[in-house]
Design a protein around this ligand. Structure first.
Ligand code: RNT
Ligand code: ZN
Length: 416
């Protein structure tokens, strides 16, 4: 699209929003300061560099689209390609299985900061801050229970792993001068009828207490619950309630993965509830279709609702914005770009809501006016502000990223 069209449309949009009390220049600055944490695992369907074994732990990547990253070099190149097509600057979220093990067999209870030294270097070189995740899945000791396992040997193994991951996150945070956000998700659960639920939950609680004993200042702990896993359908030890209570009691950060709730439950509605009790939130923005399917994020109603609720709660700075989907059925760079741009569009639309005016009407009891503005907000020219943001950031406006990704597929991905 011609630059002058983008500029013209933006000028008109700016006036329209100003009439509702919204300053688009301020919004553009806020969007510039909005950083997603790109999940490294979309690049290779959650395979990692430790072994090429099966993906276990109740999660599954479906699809077999050619060109997935097979090693660290390819993964890094793909991430940088994706980043070049996403406006703004964004973080990278690594799982422990993406360490730079250099051919060495490093078991999970042996991992050290040195295995992430080259990532830290890469982050610096590419102006990309890192976040981190312990990895309890895809390992011979994963089974159905890890941190909640009554077998002391297995539980201790995973406690040691998670402690070491925190030490790695601390190193990352220190090196980048900004806290590394570490997420802890374990798949622990039961496939079928089971009765020892209190035991499993008390074991998980005890494991977390041991893991979090050491205090760090350059990393932050997040804990992610869920509803069920594949093959673990009947019971999940780390449920939403379990982690909510744990986070509130211990000042930890709950992770809201948008695919981890009952299909009619609203993740957005959790924002204002949780933020009254916990310091911050971590998001795993995903798109569940009928189940926790991890389809690529799009600008759909649940995602819009989530970002609107964050902005309305004035909680922009209290939320960490991770993505978490893994679709192996489409071009994986395209998946990053579509999902990231969609999350940004949701945030932009939320920032553009005339919330001062709507809020004023609401407190005055003017319910018709609230509903009317809410509806009119939907047809305001937010897309002109979005195009302006892309133009300013020197990334393709509109669908201009499609040919770029096609070219990368022709020149790079198809040769793999
Ligand atoms: C699984 C959780 C978890 C994983 C990643 C790979 O249901 O959402 O966050 O997707 O750790
Ligand atoms: Zn998740």
């Amino acid at each position: 699209m011609k630059d002058q069209f983008v500029l013209k449309a933006y000028e008109i949009a700016k006036e329209r929003y100003a009439a509702l009390g919204v300053d688009t220049e301020k919004v553009l600055a806020q969007l510039q300061d909005f950083h997603l944490s790109l999940h490294c695992w979309q690049a290779d369907d959650v395979t990692g560099f430790e072994s090429a074994g099966d993906l276990t732990g109740g999660i599954q990547a479906t699809g077999n689209y050619p060109g997935k990253a097979r090693n660290m070099k390819e993964l890094r190149a793909d991430i940088l390609k994706a980043k070049s097509l996403i406006p703004g600057n964004h973080r990278l979220n690594l799982h422990e299985i993406y360490g730079d093990f250099q051919g060495e067999k490093v078991d999970r209870d042996q991992v050290e900061p040195r295995h992430f030294a080259s990532w830290i270097e890469w982050g610096k070189e590419n102006d990309t801050k890192l976040d981190f995740n312990s990895t309890s899945f895809s390992h011979p000791k994963s089974g159905n229970l890890s941190l909640a396992n009554p077998d002391k040997g297995i539980r201790d193994f995973w406690i040691e792993h998670t402690k070491r991951c925190r030490a790695i996150a601390e190193e990352m945070g220190k090196a980048q001068g900004d806290p590394c956000i570490m997420n802890l998700w374990v798949h622990d659960g039961c496939k079928d009828v089971s009765v020892k639920h209190y035991l499993y939950r008390s074991l998980l609680k005890d494991s977390l207490d041991q893991i979090f004993k050491k205090k760090y200042s350059n990393m932050k702990d997040c804990i992610e619950g869920k509803l069920f896993g594949i093959g673990l359908e009947s019971f999940t030890v780390g449920s939403h309630d379990f982690y909510t209570a744990y986070a509130a009691a211990n000042g930890k950060i709950p992770t809201i993965d948008t695919g981890h709730y009952h299909p009619t439950e609203s993740p957005a509605d959790k924002v204002s509830a949780l933020l009254n009790f916990v310091p911050e939130l971590m998001l795993h923005v995903s798109r569940p279709i009928r189940w926790d399917s991890d389809h690529v994020t799009i600008m759909d109603d649940p995602t819009l609702d989530l970002f609107f609720e964050i902005v309305r709660a004035d909680a922009l700075e209290r939320v960490h914005y991770g993505l978490d989907y893994f679709d192996g059925a489409i071009n994986r760079i395209g998946a990053y770009v579509i999902g990231s741009r969609a999350a940004q569009k949701c945030m932009l639309r939320a920032l553009l809501e005339p919330r001062d005016l709507i809020g004023k009407y609401e407190l005055e009891g003017k319910t018709f006016q609230v509903l009317a503005l809410f509806e009119e907000g939907k047809v305001m020219p937010w897309n002109a502000v979005w195009d302006m943001f892309c133009l300013k950031n020197n990334v393709p406006v509109g669908d201009g990223f499609i040919p770029e990704i096609e070219k990368y597929e022709r020149q790079v991905l198809s040769k793999r």
